[in-house]
Design a protein around this ligand. Sequence first.
Ligand SMILES: *Cc1c(COP(=O)(O)O)cnc(C)c1O
Length: 388
Amino acid sequence: MAGRHFLQIPGPTPVPDRLQRAMHRQMEDHRSSTFPAFTRSILSRLPHVVHQTRGEAFVFPATGSAMWEAALVNTLNPGARLLAPRFGQFSHLFIQTARNLGYTVDVLEEPWGEVADPAKIEAALAADTAHEIQGVLLVHNETATGVTTDVGAVRAAIDRAKHPALLFVDGVSSIASLDFRFDDWGVDLAITGSQKGFMLPAGLGILYASEKALSRVDACTTKRAYFDLRAMRANNVQGYFPSTPALSLLFGLDEALTMLLEEGMDKVATRHRRLATGVRAAVKAWGLRECATRPEIASNSLTAVVVPEGHDARKVIEIAFTRYDIALGSGLSEVAGKVFRIGHLGDMNALTLAGALAGVEMALCDAGIAVTLGSGVGAALQHWRVPS
Ligand SMILES: *Cc1c(COP(=O)(O)O)cnc(C)c1O
């Protein structure tokens, strides 16, 4: 098809030309004497993305899910007990990963479209007077339903319960797009990948660890090999990696950090909020509803739209893809066929999104869902225009 394809899924997100060019380079020796300067440029700037001033950041050739595993096996002894709210496919998979690794997880069930409930977390931790629970697993931005949990409120709940559990936060679809306060929220391990807010291809797993988390690593008795942070740390201090780094992706990450920090993380978060508000105005104008049950928890990095009863979201997605060259996110697991998702994170601006919303409107109409052409786009433009 002529023109450009609209990759409007919540990851992988479009890779800006600038990052494509940065990655299009010859390989080099990752054991050379000049390599450490490059490693340090990346590792020293990664913390700024999440406002981390203490602890360390790590990069693995891997993806976000691998960082769930890396975070768990380096800080929790075999059989450790954990607490986790479940409110979507990614919180479910985080829990499954922990269980597959032999950890015990007490699950707090929430309806899909809701977020973690700090009061329930506080009650569960307060009831654990023996402090058996070693960690709380939390998904910051649930990509399956388009909701964002208030991590600061969860930290406050843990503190009110005076509980020492580590706070594990999956920030795969929030870090580098939404505001993420590693220090302020008292996060111990934050997990992400390269293909969402960092605007790169998939292939890098990024892990942030607090001093408290790092203090557990050496004594942790869980068996691990590839993901062993002891080897990673020993190499990183010298400016190297234990195995061959994913160089092309690191070239890209180096440039992505420059892009993000040039714009400024506060401005990145503000841009995402502004874009998301326009998309939500469009959904309202279409007469449709979001999967998020309340406006205050709606995600700024993606919007999950519920199709009316009797319609199949998969049809909307297929029409959008084949007729209008736009890829929308599908409904996962429990919400398969009920929702489609519009990703609006990463390399995105108002005009890009206006085009995407136009494609969604046409696909909705073609699928027999009564929306007025131009209604959603118009509502979004009202929100996005910049009157003098
Ligand atoms: C995409 C995503 C993941 C999975 O990351 P991969 O890089 O695909 O392994 C995990 N959690 C959330 C919230 C995500 O959006």
